[in-house]
Design a protein around this ligand. Sequence first.
Ligand SMILES: Nc1nc2c(ncn2[C@@H]2O[C@H](COP(=O)(O)OP(=O)(O)OP(=O)(O)O)[C@@H](O)[C@H]2O)c(=O)[nH]1
Ligand SMILES: [Mg+2]
Length: 232
Amino acid sequence: MKKNENHISLEMQQKLAKDYLKSQLEAFPFGGISYKKKYINVLGPTGVGKTTTIAKMAARAVLEKKKKVGFITTDTYRIAAIEQLKTYAGLLQAPIEIVYNEQDLQQAMQKFEALDVVFIDTAGRNYKEAKFVEDLQELIDLKENTETFLVLSSTSKQRDMEVIIEQFKEFPIEKFIFTKVDETNSIGSIINLMVKYKKGLAYYTDGQEVPEDIMETSLEELLNLFIKGDSL
Ligand SMILES: Nc1nc2c(ncn2[C@@H]2O[C@H](COP(=O)(O)OP(=O)(O)OP(=O)(O)O)[C@@H](O)[C@H]2O)c(=O)[nH]1
Ligand SMILES: [Mg+2]
């Protein structure tokens, strides 16, 4: 037999891989904020880029969609965290409310009645404290009018991300947001987690610049990124 007879070209391998992944992923939702719900609840562990990603999403909502936006932060533990969000809110000339308890939250919701979209930033505390996750859920009990995203850093180990996802399983998370894809060579774990937990993908972010470094994703685009591999 000649050496090349069984050879499958790289293009063919990529096409097969792509077709396979497509069949695995096509049932899940893709794309960013639907704008069907007023509140955007952004959850995730410490330091993954929640506040930065909110700033990016909010800037897009204002600049591209002409929405009236506001911010609520439940991250009351750190002055710096409040200041960080205030800075972004200031740039967009958008109001911000700091929420310490459920009553504050109700009041903030009333104040923001005329707004189109309200982003809720949460404390990136250690989610290993299950109690805290429960408290948060009580606080952010906005039910029907909320779209919830879980933010994960693509630089984390897959196993660690699985533990985090398990901790958030009581929340109605429909889609993931993966940050810091500029700092990793592989997005395989993104795909693995989507398949394992049957979740969609809203955005990935690829840098620290606000509002530039965020990409709303489609299935096709995710597959292309995967095929491109380390050229990310
Ligand atoms: N390289 C890179 N850095 C990012 C990206 N997104 C956020 N960062 C950086 O990650 C760091 C943490 O971002 P924050 O937005 O403060 O993260 P957070 O999840 O709100 O953090 P806590 O509120 O402390 O839990 C900052 O230095 C951001 O600039 C990204 O897509 N790529
Ligand atoms: Mg933050």
